[in-house]
Design a protein around this ligand. Structure first.
Ligand SMILES: *Cc1c(COP(=O)(O)O)cnc(C)c1O
Length: 409
């Protein structure tokens, strides 16, 4: 039994011990929730009961003894929680090592399952690298990739999609919430078109599953990828929801002990799965409180930004979730801003390969151009962010941004 269980979490009054310690230690302000969230203390606590001799450490596949049976019960309870979060049934949930693996299984597994019907795959240029790189690899295996044209707002529309679909399209992969801009794709509006075409529909719901109602998305999509560490669970665990009719069709990408209906071999990591289950339970229990809290932080940060000149929001201003703000600061290099913000953790949305600074592929696809893309940063926040932290960052920006703009002009 975990002795440090903090009890139910209340976003309006964050007073759990670990969080206070973090602030007292002056560890800085974390505004990079879209990269990963801190694990909720209740999740960490639940996980700790599934590791040691005194806990439930058995192999969940060892059903011949009580150790394995107890672990299996915990895994199946967690499966129910995760299934409920994505409005699906437990049989449709396949555990993976994270969303990257779920996406690989979804794309490669369904492309190879349908290769005799067609070799055309449709996706968007805004997708996470896990989708884009899997698609590119499939291209090397004889598939053809089509990219949806975006509308002026940077969104995927029915018109854009219908131009990209072909009679030989076997798979469409789109994301629910963009991890760099927070832009929402109207998945439910696109689903019927894809089904009519006879193609499978994969949705990368990593950034949306704990933020948006998933009922309509579960109906529209055949495959849904999610990850625990973007919703206050641990890193290294995720899930692919596979709609029942295609469970037997998907081609496994991992071979071995035939766990997970043979779709994903490998001993199940009980503690990770329990953590993801608890994170899913908390997301459903506190989803509305989280959303209210994050929306008020979002309004506050935007109010601070409105008072600074040369500031604009990247991505759609209407079709977005609260808590992910991609902001362009005219004449300010993202790197310089990040150095100026010192102990505030944000993301420049650019990947640094060797010494080269690469602009974000998402911002470029939105038509920003190198210079604007390289003067944009992402602020992302969530359950444990406080209004004081947002105010602190807002005031800091009001100081630093004009100073940096003056230097570069
Ligand atoms: C983080 C993220 C992924 C990858 O998830 P992992 O569990 O880290 O592999 C995929 N898609 C989106 C939108 C993400 O934000």
């Amino acid at each position: 039994m975990c002795l440090r269980h903090p009890g139910p979490f209340i976003p309006e009054a964050t007073t759990t011990e670990g969080i206070d310690n973090h602030r007292l230690a002056g560890a800085g302000i974390y505004l990079d929730y879209a990269a990963t969230t801190p694990v909720d203390p209740a999740v960490a606590c639940a996980m700790s009961d599934f590791l040691t001799l005194g806990g439930t450490f058995g192999n969940p596949a060892s059903l011949m003894h009580s150790f394995g049976q107890a672990a299996s019960v915990a895994v199946e309870d967690a499966r129910c929680e995760v299934a409920a979060l994505v409005s699906s049934t437990p049989e449709e949930i396949v555990w993976t090592s994270g969303a990257t693996e779920a996406i690989n299984l979804a794309l490669k597994g369904s492309a190879f399952a349908r290769r005799d019907r067609g070799r055309h795959i449709v996706t968007s240029p805004l997708e996470h690298r896990a989708v884009l790189d899997s698609a590119e690899w499939l291209e090397s295996q004889g598939f053809e990739i089509g990219y949806v044209e975006l509308d002026d707002d940077g969104g995927v529309t029915r018109e854009g999609l219908s131009r990209a679909l072909r009679p030989d399209t076997v798979l469409v992969s789109l994301m629910l919430v963009n991890n760099e801009t927070g832009t929402i794709t109207d998945i439910a509006a696109l689903g019927p078109q894809i089904r009519e075409q006879g193609a499978l529909f994969h949705v990368d719901a990593v950034q949306g599953a704990a933020r948006l109602p998933m009922g309509d998305i579960a109906i529209s999509a055949d495959l849904i990828s999610i990850s625990a560490h973007k919703m206050y669970g641990p890193k290294g665990i995720g899930a692919l929801r596979v709609r029942r009719p295609i469970l037997g069709e998907l081609v496994p990408q991992m071979h071995g002990g035939r766990q997970e209906l043979g779709l994903r071999s490998g001993t199940l990591p009980t503690h990770q799965i329990v953590g993801m289950g608890e994170a899913a339970r908390l997301a459903r229990q506190h989803g509305e409180a989280d959303a209210r809290h994050v929306a008020s932080l979002d309004r506050k940060l935007r109010a601070h930004l409105d008072r600074i000149s040369g500031v604009s929001l990247n991505g759609s201003a209407q079709q977005r979730v609260s808590g992910i703000l991609n902001v362009n600061f005219a004449d300010v290099a993202a790197e310089a801003l990040m150095i100026g913000l010192e102990s505030v953790a944000i993301s420049s949305g650019s990947a640094c390969t060797s010494s080269e600074v690469m602009p974000s592929h998402v911002l470029l696809a939105l038509g920003l151009g190198n210079e604007r893309a390289l003067s944009s940063v992402r602020f992302s926040f969530g359950r444990f962010t406080t209004m004081d932290e947002i105010d602190h960052v807002g005031l800091l920006l009001a100081e630093i941004v004009p100073a940096l703009q003056k230097l570069s002009r």
